[in-house]
Design a protein around this ligand. Structure first.
Ligand code: NAD
Ligand code: UFG
Length: 337
């Protein structure tokens, strides 16, 4: 059985679908701080099977001990964490405490119960801002611009050190680029609370009429159209990478890092235009100042994941926008309906 922490969330719920489709039994632990249990009902609608669910905080060692005692867990995928960059600047203690405690408590309980395989949600945010593109797994890390980024960087250090100390451990660190889109069924997707921080959910709320217009954060970058370029990856592709990572972890020892992106950069205006095509409407936007901490261009070198995990993203920008729009129109208020 696979333990999926944070499995009720955006990426976690998509991973549950792919794990169940691949034949795995799944137990989700989530405290629902940024998600709804309804997402797991939707996983059942898609796959015919609802993951087992325990509402608990991963930082609660006693509760996690009980989960490992109750279920026969072979491997863990650790998505649980707080992820809002801006909020992490306002509430650094909450971010360090939640994200680092969760990683450490999980490792303690895994050790107690003899579970050795872990896949961790890291981020392209661990890369230093002064690298050449594309980013490879050996590009420089550190110099994070916010506490959220540091929690990912520090968690990586913790996992690497644990693998040095314990040769039985197998830990896969997946550095996600920009996950977007939704399951093709329109039943699960991203459901941000309040004003979306990220581009695609913001654009989709403009498209559905929840917001007037998008603000493009700067059009004077050194890119083809002056707007920021990122490596957007369909969340279903990303979810599938976790199935490959779990299979890899169960056959190898030590700590390995993989970039999970498409290897292709798209600008803010590329997203606006692709979304307009998907929804058949104009997306009004205004150009505002640059957002502090943003880089002009970020995209992945995906060769390592391709060679070692056999991972290659299948879905293009058109499909990411079409699936995002289907989710948005079927669930105009997310899971809160
Ligand atoms: P999400 O907020 O939708 O999912 C995270 C889940 O973890 C939520 O369901 C939340 O309720 C839960 N959670 C948080 N702290 C918890 C705790 N202490 N105990 C139990 N549950 C807890 O976010 P997501 O986009 O699905 O991201 C999943 C993971 O991927 C996160 O670790 C995030 O940092 C990482 N990541 C996300 C992105 C992105 O752009 N979405 C990019 C890189 C990395
Ligand atoms: N952008 C806008 N307007 C908006 C929101 C974003 O123009 O309202 C622009 C940004 O300036 C950037 C691009 O759209 O050029 C993408 O921005 P996102 O906020 O969607 O994504 P980021 O690349 O800034 O950051 C995301 C996650 C981080 C993660 C990083 C790398 O938010 O947590 O990807 O994985 F670390």
């Amino acid at each position: 059985m696979i333990l999926v922490t944070g499995g009720a969330g955006f990426i976690g719920s998509h991973a549950c679908v792919e794990l169940i489709n691949a034949g795995y039994d799944v137990v989700v632990v989530d405290n629902l701080v940024n998600s709804h249990e309804k997402s797991l009902d939707r996983v059942r609608q898609i796959t015919g099977k609802r993951p087992e669910f325990v509402k608990a905080d991963v930082c609660d060692e006693k509760a996690m001990d009980a989960v490992f005692s109750k279920y026969d867990i072979d491997s863990v995928i650790h998505f649980a964490g707080l992820k809002a960059v801006g909020e992490s600047v306002q509430k650094p203690l909450e971010y360090f405490s939640n994200n680092l405690d969760a990683s450490m408590v999980l490792c303690k309980v895994m050790r107690k119960h003899g579970v050795h395989n872990l896949v961790f949600s890291s981020s392209a945010t661990v890369y230093s801002g002064d690298n050449e593109m594309p980013l490879t797994e050996s590009s420089k890390t550190g110099n994070c611009t916010n506490p959220y980024g540091w929690t990912k960087y520090m968690s990586e250090q913790i996992f690497k050190a644990l693998c040095v100390a314990d040769p039985d451990l197998s830990i896969v660190l997946l550095r996600y680029f920009n996950p977007v889109g939704a399951h093709e069924s329109g039943l699960i997707g991203e459901d941000p609370q309040g004003i979306p921080n990220n581009l695609m959910p913001y654009v989709s709320q403009v498209a559905i009429g929840r917001r007037d217009h998008l603000t493009v954060f700067g059009d004077d970058y050194d890119t083809t159209d002056g707007t920021g370029v990122r490596d957007y990856i369909h969340v279903v592709d990303l979810a599938k990478a976790h199935v490959l990572a779990i299979q890899y972890a169960s056959g190898h020892k030590g700590c390995e890092v993989f970039n999970i992106g498409t290897g292709k950069g798209s600008s803010v205006l590329d997203i606006v235009h692709a979304y307009e095509k998907a929804c058949g409407k104009k997306i009004p936007y205004v150009v505002g100042p640059r957002r502090a901490g943003d880089l002009a261009t970020v995209y992945a070198d995906t060769q390592k994941a391709n060679k070692v995990l056999g991972f290659k993203a299948q879905y293009d920008l058109e499909r990411m926008c079409a699936d995002s729009w289907r989710w948005q129109t079927m669930n105009p208020n997310g899971f809160g309906d």
